[in-house]
Design a protein around this ligand. Structure first.
Ligand code: SF4
Ligand code: SF4
Length: 323
């Protein structure tokens, strides 16, 4: 198999001891954003089963080395087992990150989420791909910006953005032609966000994470349909920065899908590139971890050409820039 990224780095990326369990609960979402690498939407029905939920809770309880449980989707809040996993993780003293789209707070049955998050001390990483309304609505759907602002006000009133952590995620606009962009300077952009949002809405948040769009899922489909896929990959490769390699999130995390399969990251999960134990090519799942009583069964990260997205410029990860 031709693997441009592996040719570039030459040596496989070793797996470090696992400290983060990222869980993707399923594909349901109240939105259907153009940049979604999960291709989530209100029409998707895939979600975690009771069995997988039980296994996940056993892993969370059984492995002290897990410091962080990072919960995503879809809209993770809309999936079976979400609250139980949050409560089990917090009861074990783990940091819990929920990747929320914010607008879910206004869906029927989810209105109490801000209170639930505050009660359980959950850290929220919320999508707000720009501080300007027209850009957010272009990427995520009409009316999403105003709903997001209202949701942030609800969180601020519960201490988020101050002593409770509320971080935002920026992602670049979807390119129409070959004028591609990486995530801009994260620190300067955070200042711009804070100034604008405070002045216009009186709202606050803690940190901004700037992501680069990886050519996976709906965004990859967009690139292909505009015959931009090859040029975008060339663009990412031309900005390759080896300094980012030591800090990649895939080194110390496992990403689990709604069926319990194990991957190195959420991108590999969406691209159907599973992890294998000890490089033997056999897929592993959550039961393999429990049966072996080990989270550290993987020797090297599975890399593909879209990994140029994580390693371009200042790098990109679930916690923003890397270098
Ligand atoms: S990007 Fe987030 S909010 Fe948008 S469709 Fe995907 S999962 Fe839902
Ligand atoms: S997509 Fe990024 S996080 Fe995933 S394996 Fe590649 S470099 Fe690592």
């Amino acid at each position: 198999m031709n693997n441009r990224f592996l040719d570039k780095i030459q040596t496989p990326i070793p797996k470090d001891p696992i400290t983060t369990l990222q869980i993707n609960l399923g594909r349901k979402c109240n939105q259907a954003c153009h940049h979604c690498h999960v291709e989530a939407s209100p029409r998707r029905t895939e979600e975690i089963s009771e069995d997988v939920k039980e296994d996940l809770i056993n892993v969370i309880k059984g492995f002290k080395q897990i410091k962080t449980v990072d919960i995503t989707g879809g809209a993770p809040e809309m999936h079976h087992g979400f609250r139980e996993i949050v409560m089990a993780s917090r009861s074990e003293g783990k940091e819990v990150i929920v990747r929320s789209n914010l607008t879910v707070f206004f869906e029927e049955g989810y209105e109490d989420l801000p209170d639930f998050f505050a009660e359980w001390g959950v850290k929220i990483v919320a999508s707000l791909p720009c501080y300007l309304e027209e850009n957010v609505d272009a990427l995520r759907g009409r009316g999403v910006y105003q709903k997001s602002i209202e949701a942030i006000k609800l969180l601020n009133s519960r201490g988020y953005g101050k002593d409770r952590i509320l971080d935002f995620v920026y992602s670049p606009l979807i390119p129409k032609g070959e004028r591609f962009s990486l995530a801009p300077d994260q620190q300067q952009l955070e200042l711009d966000y804070k100034k604008y949002l405070k002045e216009h809405f009186g709202i606050e948040f803690n940190s901004l994470y700037a992501f680069t769009n990886l050519p996976i899922g709906r965004f990859a489909g967009h690139l292909k349909s505009h015959s931009l896929d090859g040029a975008y990959l060339d663009f990412l490769e031309s900005h390759y920065n080896p300094v980012t390699l030591d800090h990649l999130m895939c080194r110390n995390q496992l990403s689990i899908d709604y069926e319990g399969n194990v991957y190195d990251c959420d991108f590999n999960q969406m691209a159907h590139v599973p992890s294998s134990a000890n490089g033997n090519g056999h897929k592993i799942n959550i039961k393999t971890l429990l049966d072996n009583n080990s989270l550290d069964l993987i020797q090297a990260v599975e890399v593909r050409d879209y990994c140029f997205g994580c390693t371009a410029g200042s790098g990109s990860s679930c916690s923003g820039a890397l270098a």
